[in-house]
Design a protein around this ligand. Structure first.
Ligand SMILES: [Mg+2]
Length: 251
């Protein structure tokens, strides 16, 4: 079987968008303060209102942390709507859309696409190689596509898969097989690029894909999984993906 690379599928966070350390509990305080109508930075708020908002924030944070833990343990997926529902958030509440908007504003600075993405994806397509995205995420396809569109790269994608719409998360083999089907190539002809050893190197190698590791993310201790995977190559910057693929395709 030919080992020519015919598709490259990318992780999102820490790969297509540079790794940031994010204050994860704060995302839900921002959300919960908006549910309770407490503007950011206001000083005249009764302490009991603030306490109630922060209890809601803690509850959502715990439900979300449990969902990500399940993802690592049994590779089940979750969506933002499911997490909020399980935390007892009323999606019909008249301030719900304001709370969601505040949550998005919190995340926005951490969503910007690496400037190398467009030239790298164009380079792959010039070589006749398909481009995909497979992300472990609780966010919707629509939200992720808005981000790619804002940053001017959506038109270069052949296929994009988000675990919020799948039964499993990486590193479950089925999501990698689904990604290969979506870009229309056999796993042996597909490469995965990502920043996490367990999800992004061990995961795709299980189904016979090659894995390129982006070694810059500083994962929180509770997100690390011990695994003895060895990447097929490393990309210190996204641009290196082109040289790696050219090397494999020249062999
Ligand atoms: Mg990542």
């Amino acid at each position: 079987m030919s080992r020519r690379v015919e598709a490259v599928v990318f992780d999102w966070g820490g790969t297509l968008t540079p790794w940031h350390d994010v204050d994860l509990p704060e995302q839900w305080r921002v959300f919960a303060r908006e549910v309770h109508g407490i503007p950011v930075g206001s000083s005249e708020v009764p302490q009991e209102d603030l306490d109630e908002a922060h209890r809601l924030a803690d509850r959502i944070h715990e439900v979300e942390a449990a969902a990500w833990r399940r993802g690592r343990d049994d590779h089940s997926s979750a969506s933002l709507a499911e997490i909020l529902d399980a935390a007892g958030v009323d999606a019909e509440h008249d301030r719900h859309h304001l709370a969601l908007a505040a949550y998005r504003r919190f995340w926005e600075p951490h969503t910007y696409t690496d400037p190398q993405v467009r030239p790298v994806w164009e380079g792959l397509r010039e070589r006749g190689i398909r481009v995909g995205v497979l992300s472990n995420t609780i966010w919707s396809r629509a939200y992720h596509r808005e981000i790619f569109e804002r940053d001017g790269v959506l038109d270069l994608l052949d296929a994009d898969l988000y675990s919020s719409e799948l039964d499993h998360v990486k590193p479950h083999p089925e999501v990698f097989l689904a990604a290969c089907r979506a870009v229309g190539v056999e796993p042996a002809a597909a490469v995965y690029v990502g920043d996490r050893m367990f999800e992004d190197v061990h995961g795709p190698q299980q189904v016979g894909m090659r894995a390129i590791w982006v070694p810059h993310s500083v994962l929180p201790e509770n997100q690390k999984v011990d695994v003895t995977a060895v990447p097929d190559a490393r990309a210190h910057q996204l641009h290196d993906v082109l040289a790696v693929v050219d090397g494999w395709n020249a062999a």
